[in-house]
Structures are given as C-alpha cells and as structure tokens.
Write a protein that binds this ligand. Structure first.
Ligand SMILES: [Zn+2]
Length: 149
C-alpha cells in the first residue's frame, strides 16, 4: 500500500533529524557551536548539556549519542506542558523538535533551514535527508565506548 503524504513527511523529518544530529556530533564542538549560532544558552551537564526548556523555561537536559535520537532532550519539570505534547511528527524530543520549539513561530521549515545552513547545506536540506550515516554513527558509538573505558 502506498504511504500517505503525512507518513512520507514524518519519514523525511526523521531522516533529516537523525542525519543532521550525527553530522553535528561528528564535528568536534559541533553541537556547542550550533547552539551558539542560534543564541541558545547552555552549559555542560554530565555527558550532555542543559539549557532552558523552550516551553516552561526551567532546565531541560540535552543528551547526546542516544537512540533512536542521536541528540535528545527532556524537561526536568514534571508539570511542563511539553511532556504532554503530542508527537504527531515524531520530532518533539529530538534536535529538530528542540530547534523548532525555540523558533519564535515554532516553524519546522525555519528549524530545518537553520540546521542545514549551519552544516553548510544552506538551501539544500534534502542533501542531508538523503545521506546514509548509519555506519558512521555505529562507528562513533563504538569509538566513544572505547574512549571512556
Ligand atoms: Zn519544560
């Protein structure tokens, strides 16, 4: 059966998010420079980072090297409305969801543009969507484990 347009869109957002996240983690200091480029205040926290939740402005934790989201985030505030937010596009708790939530208009296209521009693919976000970085990511996870043991 053919996929619906919505399913296709969700798949594309997820592929873009996953590949863009891997590209950011691959560059030394990539995620930190990206946060700086969009004016997001953050500090190191354990293995990851913490910064203001886009919804309630208390602290949220931003984790790295996760699965299925290489970059993921979670608000610490139990009563944050973000926790209840429906995940229709499958992007709320990942990099794309965070950047979208930080955008004044909560516009996903703006979020994609910002990320693509930072990664050097301004105007060509589909080039990121269509990459296959799974082998790279597997290697990165293995190297990270070896480095920490
Ligand atoms: Zn929150």
């Amino acid at each position: 059966m053919a996929k619906s347009l919505k399913e296709i869109r969700v798949n594309e957002y997820q592929a873009f998010n996953r590949n863009a996240s891997i590209l950011l983690l691959k560059q030394p200091g990539g995620l930190e420079s990206f946060f700086q480029s969009i004016g997001y205040p953050f500090e190191k926290s354990g293995e990851g980072y913490r910064g203001p939740c886009p919804q309630c402005e208390r602290f949220c934790y931003i984790g790295i090297y996760g699965n299925p989201h290489p970059i993921y985030w979670k608000c610490h505030n139990q009563s944050c409305p973000m926790r209840e937010q429906r995940n229709e596009l499958g992007i709320v708790r990942n990099l794309l969801g965070l950047v979208k939530a930080l955008d004044d208009e909560r516009n996903i296209v703006t979020a994609i543009r910002q990320i693509a521009k930072f990664l050097g693919y301004e105007g060509h976000p589909r080039m990121i969507t269509n990459m296959n970085l799974e082998e790279d990511y597997t290697k990165m996870l293995v190297e990270r484990k070896e480095g920490s043991s």
